[in-house]
Design a binder for this molecule. Structure first.
Ligand code: DQA
Length: 139
């Protein structure tokens, strides 16, 4: 699940986010999931309520979730509560090194609900996240 402004990849600061477009990123993630034998579905929204409602629908739709909520990561208790409701294994991903940037980006309000936080690895971070999720689902 991709959150706010992630659909604008390709237009965002390449220093932090690289040069891949959003569609190219999803293609990469699709390839990672095929390599790992996982089936992946995507969701992106710039609307917090839509993101929350998709989390409400996740049970029964997915075995786990990899999410990059973008800036919502740092302050959205609504998304945190909805992720808790989803009650699925979750991995948090960020393309950029959120800990090495502005102080406010270091905080994640969903971190303790996630198995792991992968940050600063660019698109490859999604492979790590899927691997972590697969390991959890195999337990
Ligand atoms: C991001 C990091 C966030 O701080 C930022 O607001 C984003 C993208 C990342 O992938 O590095 O929109 O989640």
């Amino acid at each position: 699940m991709h959150g706010v402004n992630l659909d604008q990849l390709g237009r965002r600061d390449p220093v932090h986010y690289g040069t891949l477009s959003f569609d190219e990123l999803e293609l990469r993630i699709s390839n990672f999931s095929h390599e790992l034998g996982l089936e992946v579905r995507f969701f992106q929204s710039n609307h917090e309520g839509e993101f929350v409602e998709h989390l409400h629908r996740l049970q029964g739709l997915a075995d786990g979730v990899v999410l990059n909520p973008g800036a919502w990561t740092h302050y959205s208790y609504a998304i945190r509560d909805a992720l808790e409701l989803a009650a699925l294994p979750a991995v948090e991903v960020h393309l950029s090194d959120v800990k090495g940037r502005e102080e406010w980006r270091a905080l994640s309000v969903i971190g303790d609900l996630c198995l792991e936080r992968v940050a600063g690895k660019g698109p490859e971070g999604y492979r790590d996240a899927l691997e972590r999720l697969r390991a959890e689902l195999a337990r």
